[in-house]
Design a protein around this ligand. Structure first.
Ligand code: ADP
Ligand code: 5GP
Length: 193
């Protein structure tokens, strides 16, 4: 089987990336979403090894300096990184791999794997983004403010992506992104990382 393709999905916290990707994976089981390592604390309902690998900062830093991450970045005071070995294994198995990562990490992937396809999910408005972030009920007031500040910076990078999706109606976003992954996957070269 040929090698799979690598897709990066970025967008501000609360825009709906996780929700959209979960729906995409239901629709297309041949897509595998990478599980990142993070130093942030688990949210209610998050499981270690499923949502993230929740690790101590010292363990994260050891893995990073040993070249164990395809990319990594600091976001809102915590470290996040993509384990390179599992991504490589799934690409080798011919699966399409999705990384849900922030902008700095996406730019690192663009450098190390230029054939990766970069997708950006944007909110219909900043007001709606804040409503979703608060509606999720997962963040403290400080964390909401930090994430809204980060969102303004992230949105200024959307031109650096191959495709931008405004996540207004979730059904439309899922359909458009599935079509994009199908088309881009068919056209792009295989990914070597
Ligand atoms: P992210 O992964 O980008 O941080 P989530 O997937 O956790 O965002 O979504 C944040 C909140 O917004 C969730 O409560 C989710 O149900 C809601 N949401 C996602 N997409 C939409 C949409 N298109 N319209 C309204 N609410 C949405
Ligand atoms: P959250 O704390 O809301 O789960 O994630 C915060 C931000 O970190 C989101 O923008 C998410 O996409 C990003 N993120 C999650 N995993 C990784 C990763 O492995 N690398 C990078 N660079 N960002 C990540």
């Amino acid at each position: 089987m040929g090698k799979g393709r690598l897709f990066v999905v970025s967008g501000p916290s609360g825009v709906g990336k996780g929700t959209v990707i979960a729906r995409i994976m239901e629709a297309d089981p041949a897509i595998w979403k990478s599980v990142s390592a993070t130093t942030r604390a688990p949210r209610a309902g998050e499981a270690d090894g499923v949502d993230y690998y929740f690790v101590e900062r010292s363990d994260f830093e050891r893995t990073a300096s040993g070249g164990g991450f395809l990319e990594w970045a600091e976001y809102s005071g915590n470290l996040y990184g993509t384990p390179v070995a599992s991504v490589q294994a799934h690409l080798d198995a011919g699966e399409n791999v999705v990384l849900e990562i922030e902008v700095q990490g996406a730019m690192q992937v663009r450098k190390s794997a230029p054939e990766a396809v970069l997708l950006f999910v944007a909110p219909p408005s900043m007001e709606e983004l804040e409503r979703r972030l608060r509606g999720r009920g997962s963040e403290s007031e400080d964390s909401v403010r930090a994430r809204m500040d980060a969102a303004r910076v992230e949105l200024s990078h959307e031109m650096e992506y191959d495709y931008v999706f405004v996540n207004d109606d979730i059904d439309v976003t899922v359909e458009e992104m599935l079509a994009c992954i199908g088309n881009a996957g068919a056209q792009s070269q295989e990914t070597t990382i």
